[in-house]
Ligand binder design. Structure first.
Ligand code: ZN
Ligand code: FE
Length: 256
């Protein structure tokens, strides 16, 4: 199986997984990059996995369904144009011979879902949409801080070697904020240098891994003393894990 991030729109990635013949894609915000990749490698599109209803994740879906006959799967609790197979947390689907578990991860949107797989003989795989980014997390457009914290806790509990496939290339700006939160975290400096080199060569900084995110992502580290202290210097009234998480997210919203 090959895993590829197809750059799309301004800073999106459409993840493609294929076995040399059949492919799936995740969150196609536009159809063209997918059509080109299918053509170049002579692949048949079998399935489209959708994580949430935002346009930069679904606008390519109708054209891809019309031209390839692929089946679309998406969050049953969100308003997405038909046709698609509605899913909720606890469901699982079989695509390309791989079983994907569906996780409810509300926060960025109210019905956001993620797809997790542990394919035989392969490293586990997570398609998390706009919930978890490398060194960051999605904005809380529809959900509460408590929901997002619970969603991130759920993802953080996945195997450490899980490949984390996020849908935006936000890593360098997220790392700049992460360094403001944890200036003394040596993993942050090291990973920043690594990502700067990748971006200088126009290469993606993704997929990440859960192990790496646990070391560098302030939103997965919001209970660490260093993060709590730092957040309280932004908002002294933040006490308790949900309030600290909420203040951390607010700090990021204001960070320039
Ligand atoms: Zn979104
Ligand atoms: Fe997005």
């Amino acid at each position: 199986m090959k895993l590829l991030p197809l750059p799309a729109l301004t800073d999106n990635y459409i993840w493609m997984l294929h076995d040399g013949q059949r492919a799936l894609v995740v969150d196609p915000g536009e159809a063209y990059p997918v059509k080109r990749a299918l053509e170049e490698a002579g692949l048949q599109l079998q399935a489209i996995l959708i994580t949430h209803h935002h346009h930069d994740h679904i606008d390519g879906v109708p054209e891809l369904i019309a031209e390839t006959g692929a089946v679309a799967y998406g969050p049953g609790r969100e308003n997405i144009p038909e046709p698609f197979e509605p899913l909720v947390g606890g469901d699982s689907i079989q695509v390309l011979g791989i079983r994907f578990q569906v996780l409810d991860v509300p926060g960025h949107t109210a019905g956001h879902i993620a797809y997790f797989a542990e394919p035989t003989d392969q490293v586990p795989l997570l398609f998390c949409g706009d919930t978890l980014f490398s060194a960051g997390c999605g904005r809380l457009f529809e959900g509460t801080p408590a929901q997002m914290l619970a969603s991130l806790d759920q993802l953080a509990a996945l195997p450490a070697n899980t490949r984390v496939c996020c849908t935006h290339e936000y890593t360098l700006s997220n790392l700049r904020f992460a360094r403001a939160v944890e200036p003394d975290n040596p993993d942050l400096l090291q990973h920043t240098r690594h990502c700067e080199a990748l971006r200088a060569s126009k290469l993606p900084t993704l997929p990440s891994s859960m192990q790496l995110e646990l070391a560098i992502n302030p939103f997965l580290r919001s209970r660490q003393d260093s993060v709590v202290r730092s957040v309280q210097s932004f908002d002294a009234s933040a006490t308790g894990e949900t309030q600290v998480f909420a203040a951390l997210r607010e700090w990021k919203n204001q960070f320039r």
